[in-house]
Design a protein around this ligand. Structure first.
Ligand code: LRH
Ligand code: MN
Length: 434
């Protein structure tokens, strides 16, 4: 940004100036926790190192204020375009140290790939999976997706949707991405509206053509969703449908789990365990929800569920499950908070769940499970979950040149105020997430 704001939150000197008065207390808390863990036979350093290496991608569509079908209340300094979004993503990474990649959504983030790549490089960012969009009709689009895209009964509409996805792959290649996330809204609102088997077969045929266009080092991430915008049947409605697709397409087709895409009370950590068993867990869209696809901040409603998901990932690593490298991404809609603050704190809540999962005494847990000592088995998980790992998370940030108190630094900076001056208020309270 050629007219840099007065106090730039990603200025390392500013960050270390803010860290200085906090270092002493952090040191003391860290030593206390280290002693506590040592009494449990656990070394703190490997956990801190693992947390420092943990990365999660930021959804470009998450840095602008989100909305619902009722309204959207834009905040000051809304990003005007993908370049403003990259600026905001750079602030999130500078302060959290955990978000070096951005997941773009096309055509929402359409821009000249070389300029995008160059700007990202300047900001120290890279691109994660790209997301296609055949759930909206774009201006000038020939054929409508009202009745579906990859599964539409009209082969010309399916052709248009396949071409769009292949176009996204080509742009992603220029950006250095290595995956396409494929979520489609295709489905029905009424019984009888859609032939359930026929729609799935049309999906498989269309997806096979997208898969065939993948560069050999790319992955196709299939994202299932129970409902919305279809309210009776969604073609890729659950993990079973997603797994069937992945297994029919090929080894580089994997399943992406968006935490908000399940019915309330569904055991998502069990789904994660099954997809790991099948060797098809490709990634996550982390968020939280109480009812539907609420896209709330990760760990804000049910942090124990988030912990149990990371517990499955750490357990698989402990069992040396091969080639398990799920792509971690956030997918949230920030309707009433500053998106930058929500994304910083959400990235940290993922690190928290990961660090806690690393503190599970897996040998003790396995022994309790073997002897059906139910209570002690449950206690083994709760003991880790109830450990306050905040000093580990802050230490990992400090060692990575990020902020001990990232929200404090962000608020002490004048970033949002400067953005408000530079970025005119976007007119009107449009609904929808962008
Ligand atoms: C669908 C979804 C999908 C994105 C969209 C923005 O609900 O989770 O991942 O394309 O949100
Ligand atoms: Mn998602």
């Amino acid at each position: 940004m050629n007219d840099a704001p007065a106090v730039n939150p990603h200025d390392p000197n500013f960050i270390s100036r803010c860290n200085a008065p906090l270092r002493g207390a952090l040191e003391a808390d860290y030593e206390t926790l280290a002693r506590q863990l040592l009494r449990r036979g656990l070394k703190i350093e490997p956990v801190t190192r693992a947390v420092a290496e943990f990365q999660v991608a930021i959804p470009s569509w998450g840095v602008g204020t989100g909305g619902t079908r009722f309204a959207r209340f834009p905040g000051p300094g809304e990003p005007r375009d993908v370049f403003d979004k990259l600026e905001d993503c750079a602030v999130i990474h500078a302060l959290s140290g955990a978000t070096p990649t951005v997941s773009l959504h096309l055509p929402w983030d359409q821009a000249e790939p070389r300029a995008l790549r160059e700007r990202a490089r300047e900001l120290g960012l890279k691109f994660a999976a790209v997301n296609s969009n055949t759930f909206q009709d774009q201006r000038g689009q020939a054929l409508s997706y009202k009745f579906g895209s990859l599964t539409h009964t009209d082969p010309a509409v399916r052709e248009q949707a396949v071409a769009h996805n292949i176009g996204c792959i080509r742009i992603g290649e220029e950006l250095g991405s290595k995956a396409l996330t494929l979520w489609i809204a295709d489905g029905a609102n009424f019984p009888g509206q859609q032939h359930l088997a026929g729609a799935f077969e049309r999906y498989l045929e269309s997806a096979a053509r997208i898969y065939a266009a993948l560069p050999e080092d790319w992955q196709l991430l299939i994202e299932h969703k129970m409902y919305e915008p279809a309210f009776y049947a969604t073609v890729i409605q659950d993990w079973g449908s997603s797994l069937m697709v992945a297994q029919s397409l090929g080894t580089r087709a994997l399943c992406l789990v968006d935490l908000g895409h399940h019915a309330p009370h569904v055991n998502i950590e069990m789904i994660v365990a099954r997809l790991i068993h099948a060797g098809r867990l490709g990634g996550f869209h982390f968020n939280d929800s109480k009812y539907g696809d609420d896209d709330l901040d990760a760990g804000s409603i049910d942090p124990y569920r988030l912990f149990l998901i990371f517990n499955e990932l750490v357990d698989a690593a402990w069992r040396r499950v091969s080639a398990l490298q799920p792509a971690h991404m956030l997918d949230q809609s920030h309707n009433v908070t500053d998106p930058i603050e929500s994304l910083i704190s959400s990235a940290i809540e993922l690190q928290r769940a990961y660090a806690q999962a690393l503190l599970v005494d897996r040998a003790q847990l396995a022994d309790c499970q073997q002897r059906n000592d139910v209570l002690m088995a449950a206690q083994a998980l709760k003991h880790a979950f109830t450990t306050d790992v905040t000093p580990i998370l802050a230490r990992a940030r400090l060692e990575g040149g990020a902020a001990i108190d990232p929200i404090g630094v962000y608020r002490a900076s004048t970033y949002r105020t400067e953005c408000a001056k530079l970025r005119p208020v976007s007119a009107g309270t449009r609904s929808g997430i962008v």
